[in-house]
Design a binder for this molecule. Structure first.
Ligand SMILES: [Zn+2]
Ligand SMILES: [Zn+2]
Length: 141
């Protein structure tokens, strides 16, 4: 049976946590902020933002909250067993959940709409080619 194209699956490295997504991503962004660098262990994170009610998380995650460069209260969730970063929530985007692209089994259908916090770009990393890059967040509106 062919998979429903709108259904995405994913999870952590060890398999203790799985993710199922049944709705479209409404924002896709590479974030080069220092928090995303710390959390990813590399130059940026590729975030896919979905409506919260289209994302099901199975398994126990651990959350860590802090105030991001944007001023928003952000909570990131990771697997307490293998440490894989999985998803997050931000006070700036109520009702949305941001899933790490790398947490998906197949993220090949996504490309970033924007690169944000490009001012934090490391000389060993690069913004996505042909993607608008903003020093911080894009201007509102
Ligand atoms: Zn795990
Ligand atoms: Zn970031």
């Amino acid at each position: 049976m062919p998979e429903d194209a709108s259904r995405l699956t994913g999870g952590c490295l060890c398999g203790a946590v799985s993710i199922e997504i049944t709705g479209p991503a409404h924002v896709t962004a590479n974030c080069h902020c220092l928090s995303c660098q710390k959390l990813s262990g590399t130059g940026h994170a590729f975030h896919l933002m979905f409506a919260e009610d289209t994302v099901a998380i199975n398994g126990e995650t651990k959350g860590y909250s802090w105030t991001a460069d944007s001023g928003n209260e952000v909570t990131t969730h990771f697997c307490p067993n293998c440490g894989a970063p999985l998803f997050g929530r931000s006070s700036g985007y109520p009702g949305s959940i941001t899933v790490r692209a790398a947490a998906l089994d197949d993220s090949s259908g996504f490309s970033p709409q924007v690169s944000v916090y490009a001012k934090r770009l490391q000389n060993w990393d690069a913004t996505a080619e042909g993607t608008p890059a903003f020093p911080e967040m894009p201007p509102a509106g």
